[in-house]
Design a protein around this ligand. Structure first.
Ligand SMILES: *[C@@H]1O[C@H](CO)[C@@H](O)[C@H](O)[C@H]1NC(C)=O
Length: 348
């Protein structure tokens, strides 16, 4: 069901030699096919100034946000354009020079991920559209915060002729120039929900990305998953009950440690146990939250499906704040987690 159309087809944005775009698609709807795109840049810490210490570190991510020396970089080139159709030459080299002048960013530059998403500028036609968009964005903000990724929400057309599925290209192009510190630029459609908050990978190779989307961790075509969220929840609760460490309270910042423990327990305790694995991303293909258009599905199927996916994902976040929502279709249902309890458990 998951069809990869990207890896063998690198797309060079405006002639730039750096951006490999992977386009993942989930069904035959041509204008909504690309839920996630990843653009890869190439930098290595040894070559790019990671060892050039000597500059004060001011932010909590270990990067210096207040340092921009007068040395000329690509930003000072008067012909620089953020628009499509203006090829960027020698981007790797220009980016490397920028990193040399900003050594605090060179550390970890090879793994740095930047997430881009967006929606239209105006209000939604669908009466619940703006609320859904807000919660869809919250889901992405939660995911990014947990894994330490930056995120940009774009709500303008950066190119008058690039609409629909093409809208992301000018955004990715501009983001590339705005964020030379990022190695990966990761586009996520507004109507896609991260439904496995644990899953992250410091993507190192295209092969890894490919296996990540096709094998080890499936992304979901929403129709297949929505009805399974309850049994998936039970499955994770069962696994958690058998591993004391997973019932331990912890700071949200160290979530990736518990994600690793869960991942190991998941595979050690008999795979998915029949209950299923959380899909990494559930894409609400054919349900447009803002316009309210839904092809081939009822209103109820679309919006209840989204409600369920959003609450399923949010439960994984809320556990770190001491709460869980027992009813995935009721956003107001909530109870606090007793000490030492499986945080996925629906028992009181
Ligand atoms: C949703 O949960 C709240 C709080 O538990 C409850 O008061 C309300 O009746 C529930 N709504 C529905 C439709 O079940």
């Amino acid at each position: 069901m998951v069809k990869i159309i990207g890896p063998s087809k690198p797309i060079f944005i405006g002639g730039a030699v750096v951006a490999l775009l992977m386009l993942w698609t989930f069904s035959a709807f041509p204008s909504f096919q690309n839920m996630l795109d990843v653009a890869k840049m190439t930098i290595s810490p040894e070559k790019d100034g990671a060892s050039a210490i000597g500059c004060p570190i001011v932010s909590d991510q270990g990067v210096n946000l207040g340092h921009d020396p007068v040395d000329q970089t690509f930003y000072d080139d008067p012909t620089l354009s953020y628009s499509m159709g203006n090829p960027m030459k020698d981007w790797d080299k220009k980016r490397r020079e920028w990193l040399n002048h900003h050594p605090s960013f060179a550390n970890g530059a090879e793994d740095r991920i930047f997430v881009v998403t967006g929606s239209q500028a105006g209000p939604c036609k669908n009466p619940i559209g703006d609320n859904l968009l807000l919660r869809l964005f919250k889901n992405k903000v939660d995911y990014c915060r947990i894994h330490g990724y930056d995120i940009f929400y774009n709500n303008v057309f950066l190119h008058p002729k690039m609409v629909n599925v093409w809208v992301k290209l000018p955004v990715l192009r501009a983001t590339m120039l705005a964020h030379p510190e990022a190695e990966w630029i990761f586009w996520v459609d507004a109507d896609a929900v991260f439904t496995d908050m644990d899953l992250s990978r410091r993507w190192r190779s295209i092969r890894t990305i490919t296996s990540w989307c096709t094998g080890g961790a499936p992304s979901g075509y929403w129709d297949d998953f929505v009805d399974k969220f309850d049994t998936i929840t039970d499955n994770y609760a069962r696994i958690e009950k058998g591993v004391t460490e997973l019932q331990r309270r912890h700071a949200e910042k160290v979530s990736e440690h518990y994600a690793a423990v869960m991942r190991e327990a998941f595979f050690n305790k008999g795979g998915d146990g029949g209950g299923g694995k959380r899909p990494f991303v559930t894409h609400f293909m054919a349900c447009k939250p803002c316009s309210g258009v839904h092809w081939g599905y009822t209103d109820e199927a679309c919006w209840n499906g989204m409600e369920k996916a959003l609450n399923f994902a949010d439960n994984q976040v809320l556990r770190n704040y001491g709460f869980v929502r027992p009813d995935l279709l009721n956003i107001s249902s909530l109870y606090s987690l007793p000490f030492g309890f499986s945080s996925y458990s629906k028992e009181k």
